[in-house]
Design a protein. Structure first.
Length: 591
């Protein structure tokens, strides 16, 4: 490796004309490669079939009517928003929930109803086990809890297998070319001392990427669109980190495998719904503990005391607290309509947001609050309550502006950054100038001037992308986050459990809201809040959070073999489907 870097340095020093020509090639190639790499991933995500699984059925005993149970947590009631609607006055609007753990075990919960819920004539007090063949009575309605017909299960699986994920190998090869171009261009832009570090880090990153895809493919995973997007954005992160401070490259590279490991740990926890229910409040306590540690041990950085330093390393506890908050907030349906549970979640959210306010980290507090609104709406569906909460937030925000003069000063320069270009609008004025100077193709990786401005690789990273990589590439980066959000919304209704649906939607809320704050803050459409761009901004804590949130999106992917959360179950289903198709073909041959 050392001999290779020496050869690269010697060649670049002796060929200045090659360096100029190569920079032009990189400027043109980056948007083209981005288009080809991401178009396949986007197309595959947006063509996911919406066929729902059927886990069990409720059949009316007096009529030949069946209600399929499409979710491991399903509402039963008279309300039109229920998963199973029973139009009878004896049935409450929200009467009960039927809940499974994915392993064939079912439980029914009565939600404080007037007429009660009965299993085989025995009244359900809070909850009761449920078995196939049991008679379940809701008010005056008698039903039978039935197992799914194997033919129906195969038909659903065949429908969901119609569109298979696009193989990742072409995108991987093009990603490798993109990383090679970035590596060589950054070696040209930086001094000779940086060449060895740049080449080593990009080589190890490319090796990590290929290892990830190869190992998971050997284990039967087929859907890699989310990871292609994540690795693409992380490649841009390494580029802007190199441009600003190449000595931070090894630390940033280390955060990528740690983030992938965290993603797999969360994915492992998500495999078992019973385990999720047991540890969700443990996650809540961990989130509070992380915030308490930041309050007690945090040091001031960029105006907020939300950083903890351990030797040469530093991290933001609030980033990891976001993962715990999503996990704890996405409660399961058996508790959604219990006031005590909703009250506890409200207390948890209040404590976390107040802790961030005490640390002067109002950007992260806004992210938590918007995520809280998303989770609250998905859990209750009550617009009136959300409007009341939003009104309270506006009042609290007004008090903050009065109590914190420097926050008001930041708002006073909003939409007037150029008028305060030497004072409060310094960062945004330079960022907008850099965006304009970069044009469509950019000046080339490492060739911009915005890197000399503080926080250019974190809070102002959208401006850096525009200046060095071009507006087209920067827009592609934004489209990546939008694609992740669209994927979460598209797959929400076909999720196996309400937990996966709420977790995926709240995770994508964090991703897209942070992106909006970063992009609009850089362009002075919103006040600069100091929030990072997911996957792209430099920082180990931000990278860990981004890969961790990706686990919740992977859990929402119900295609056979596409998610490591369900890989084993879907592999078994796929084998059964293939066997049934082979039997069908053999029967046709016999005829």
């Amino acid at each position: 490796m050392h001999a290779l870097t020496e050869a690269i340095k010697h060649f670049l020093d002796s060929s200045p004309q090659f360096a100029e020509s190569f920079t032009m090639i990189v400027r043109i190639a980056l948007p083209i490669l981005s288009l080809v790499i991401l178009s396949g991933a986007f197309f595959s995500l947006f063509t996911i079939p919406r066929g729902k699984e059927i886990f069990a059925k409720l059949r009316l005993t007096d009529r030949d009517i069946e209600f399929p149970i499409h979710h491991l947590e399903s509402l039963v009631g008279r309300s039109g928003s229920s998963d199973i609607v029973l139009n009878d006055r004896s049935v409450d609007r929200i009467h009960a929930t039927i809940q499974g753990n994915g392993n064939g075990d079912w439980t029914i919960y009565d939600i404080d109803t007037k007429m009660g819920t009965f299993v085989n004539g025995e009244e359900v007090i809070d909850s009761s086990p449920l078995h196939y063949g049991d008679t379940v009575t809701f008010g005056h309605i008698d039903t039978e809890f039935c197992e799914v017909n194997p033919d129906e299960e195969t038909a659903v699986l065949r429908q969901r297998s119609v569109v298979r994920p696009i193989p990742p190998w072409t995108a991987l090869l093009l990603l490798t070319v993109l990383q090679l171009l970035l590596c060589v261009q950054l070696c040209i832009a930086k001094n000779a001392d940086a060449t060895f570090t740049i080449v080593s880090v990009f080589s190890l990153y490319t090796l990590l990427m290929w290892t990830y895809f190869t190992v998971l493919r050997l284990f039967g995973v087929t859907g890699f669109e989310l990871e292609i997007i994540a690795f693409y954005l992380t490649s841009i992160c390494l580029s802007v980190t190199t441009s600003c401070n190449w000595t931070l490259l090894p630390k940033q590279l280390l955060s990528v495998p740690l983030g992938i490991i965290l993603m797999f740990v969360i994915g492992r926890l998500l495999r078992n719904l019973d385990r999720i229910r047991r540890i969700r409040w443990i996650m809540a306590m961990i989130a509070l503990g992380l915030m308490a540690s930041a309050l007690l041990l945090g040091s001031l950085k960029y105006g907020a005391t939300n950083w903890i330093h351990i030797g040469r390393f530093s991290f933001q506890p609030s980033e990891l607290a976001k993962l715990c908050y999503v996990f704890a907030g996405s409660a399961t349906l058996d508790r959604l309509f219990r006031r005590r549970n909703l009250g506890l979640f409200l207390v948890l959210s209040f404590l976390l947001i107040v802790s961030l306010a005490l640390m002067n980290d109002f950007g992260t507090a806004a992210v938590f609050f918007v995520t809280f609104l998303t989770i609250s709406f998905l859990r209750s569906g009550d617009f009136a309550t959300l409007l009341l909460m939003l009104g309270g937030a506006v009042s609290a925000g007004t008090l903050v502006l009065v109590a914190k003069p420097y926050i008001w000063a930041r708002f006073s320069t909003w939409r007037h950054a150029m008028e305060y270009a030497s004072t409060g609008g310094y960062q945004q004025a330079r960022t907008m100038t850099a965006i304009a100077s970069g044009g469509l193709l950019g000046a080339g990786p490492g060739e911009g001037f915005l890197k000399r401005v503080a926080a250019s690789d974190t809070d102002l990273v959208f401006g850096m992308m525009c200046e060095e990589l071009g507006l087209i590439t920067a827009i592609f980066a934004v489209l990546c986050i939008i694609a992740l959000s669209a994927f979460a919304i598209r797959t929400a209704m076909s999720c196996r459990s309400s937990f996966y649906m709420i977790a995926a939607c709240s995770a994508t809320t964090m991703l897209i809201f942070q992106t909006a704050l970063n992009v609009f803050g850089c362009t002075d459409l919103l006040p600069l809040t100091g929030v990072t761009f997911p996957f792209v901004s430099n920082g180990g804590s931000s990278m860990l959070l981004s890969w961790g949130l990706l686990a919740f999106l992977k859990a929402a992917d119900t295609r056979p073999g596409a998610s490591f959360v369900y890989r084993r179950a879907f592999l078994d289903q796929s084998l059964r489907l293939e066997e049934s198709e082979e039997d069908f073909e053999e029967e046709g041959d016999d005829e």
